[in-house]
Design a protein around this ligand. Structure first.
Ligand code: G16
Length: 532
């Protein structure tokens, strides 16, 4: 163990970081030691699971100057929650306590240090990412373990690569070419020629780069134009999925044409949202809830047509628009579960069903199929005795299984699935939008001295601290119709998030403002008081 190498990646004394919604995330200046130590932890996790583990250097939707790290478990899912506390212990150990902390984890997990581990490393396009991923590689090699540096990849590509490696290729070939081949082969639809090209906002990030790489594999089956491809603008600045969703407006740099569909990726291409302008120039957003509805409706219809009796569920978070939940439960009659923010929570909840469709409203999501569901679908698709109708449904379900990246939300794979569903069903973006009407909503951020002052329960829908906050929210919500509001500390930014929905946009805006004010006054707001 060459632990002395950690001296090349020293921890600023006294700096304490919190493991957040998707790993550590803060200003890139504070992350060198974190990356080295996450290299150590990934190697330990790889030894413990006797599998390849992934480390992705990215701060996704955050501004360019931030960075972060996401750890990927053997089947491509986010690292087991139990290991998050080891990540925190290692990250926050002062320099002279690092070796003891490492040994404690090895002892507690009874890790055999004899076997060599393998860690896959990837990074986004941030300026700081190259050096930070080198720190991860240094961490791995200081324990004498092996790594493979995939360089620039989207987060979901790294998740895919890890799963392929650990399933001996049965999930796909563990290479970027394998990823492009798998997805483009499953994207088997013939798109109608009268479809306008899809306008893709790449958030000036890695997603744009990878769409260019994928283009030849698609063999012109998807016509698209790329904007914000990173050649000039700044990452996530006035563009990208988070900007479009939160601001409820189109990104800069995309030439919108009334009625034509556009989509935005986020900074590491694990989220996607769609939108269009109507002829009057009004912006219409189709977020993760609309995507979940489109995909789950499609799958449900195919299951019926194929004669397959599989349980389908949709998993959402508190941010899901009330109309979407109502539509899914009452019109589509599917099971809907609500869990805490964070893909790890949605993913695990979705795995309880034969087919689990999960999406956060911010556009982060995918579909997971149980082994048995996959077997039944594949078996049926290969059955020569089926009627044409059933056969075509079974084959489309099989293509769907292959098209989705089951490891995590994936903007590219989700986009291809959405394009396929729209083409197969002959739906325009406006017709998709009309499946249900969103309740007007607003999201705001409030700065407080310490966001840990806010604690929540009931899948983050109610605040348990600070005292009096939930009562204040209840009182405010009671003044509006069809209203709902909740607050929660962000796990990726140093803010408290406020969500509100109501019968009109003006009311949703007022409600969000009043709740922000309550947060500011009761939870230690700093800086300027929120303004209407
Ligand atoms: C990450 C998580 C998402 C979460 C988002 C915002 O996304 O993977 O599950 O919704 O952060 O989290 P919070 O509200 O706690 O800041 P990304 O795309 O930024 O990695």
């Amino acid at each position: 163990m060459k632990i002395h190498l950690s001296l090349l990646h020293p921890k600023p004394a006294g700096l304490v970081l919190q493991y957040g919604t998707a790993g550590f995330r803060t200003t890139a200046r504070h992350l060198d030691h974190v990356m080295f130590r996450m290299g150590l932890l990934a190697a330990l996790r790889a030894k413990k699971t006797m599998s390849t583990i992934g480390v992705m250097v990215t701060a996704s939707h955050n501004p360019e100057e931030d960075n972060g790290v996401k750890l990927i478990d053997p089947m491509g899912e986010m690292v087991a929650v139990a290991w998050e506390s080891y990540a925190t212990q290692l990250t926050n150990a002062e320099q002279d306590a690092l070796l003891t902390t490492l040994k404690d984890i090895i002892k507690q997990e009874a890790i055999s240090m004899d076997k060599k581990a393998m860690v896959f490393v990837g990074r986004d396009t941030r300026l700081s990412s190259e050096d930070l991923s080198q720190a991860v590689l240094d961490g791995v090699s200081s324990l004498g373990d092996h790594s493979h540096d995939f360089g620039l990849v989207t987060t979901p590509q790294l998740h895919y690569l890890v799963r392929c490696q650990n399933t001996n290729g049965s999930y796909g070939n563990a290479s970027l070419e394998g990823y492009y081949q798998k997805l483009s082969q499953a994207f088997a639809v013939k798109l109608t020629t009268d479809q306008s090209p899809l306008r893709i906002d790449g958030a000036n990030g890695i997603g744009a780069l990878k769409m260019r790489e994928m283009e030849p594999f698609l063999q012109q089956r998807l016509s698209f134009n790329l904007y914000n491809d990173g050649t000039s603008g700044r990452l996530n600045h006035l563009c990208g999925a988070d900007y479009v969703k939160v601001q409820q407006r189109s990104p800069q740099g995309v030439e919108m044409v009334a009625g034509e569909r556009c989509c935005s990726f986020d900074g590491d291409a694990d989220r996607i949202v769609y939108y269009y302008h109507n002829p009057q120039g009004h912006f219409h957003l189709l977020d993760g809830d609309k995507i979940a509805t489109l995909i789950s409706t499609f799958i449900k219809e195919l299951l019926t047509q194929a004669g397959l009796n599989l349980q389908l569920a949709v998993v959402q978070t508190a941010y899901a628009n009330g109309s979407s939940t109502h539509f899914l439960q009452n019109n589509m009659k599917v099971i809907v579960e609500c869990v805490k923010t964070g893909v790890k929570h949605l993913h695990h909840a979705a795995q309880k069903f034969d087919i689990g469709v999960y999406f956060e409203a911010n556009g982060h999501g995918t579909v997971v199929f149980s082994d048995s569901a996959e077997e039944q679908i594949k078996g049926l698709a290969a059955d020569p005795s089926l009627t044409e109708d059933r056969k075509s449904a079974a084959q489309m379900l099989e293509d769907t299984v292959n098209l989705v990246n089951q490891t995590v939300g994936d903007a590219i794979s989700d986009m291809l699935l959405i394009e396929a569903v729209l083409a197969v069903r002959g739906l325009s973006v406006q017709q998709w939008d009309k499946i249900y009407t969103d309740l007007p909503n607003r999201q705001l951020k409030v700065k407080v001295a310490d966001r840990r002052a806010i604690d929540t329960t009931d899948a983050e829908r109610r605040a348990t601290s600070p005292a009096g906050l939930q009562e204040a929210i209840d009182g405010i919500v009671g003044k509006y119709s069809l209203s709902r509001s909740f607050v929660r500390p962000s796990g990726t930014e140093d803010v408290v998030r406020v969500y509100a929905e109501a019968d009109t946009q003006a009311n949703a805006d007022c409600l969000a403002y009043e709740v922000s004010l309550a947060v500011y006054h009761l939870a230690g707001g700093v800086g300027e008081e929120p303004k209407p």
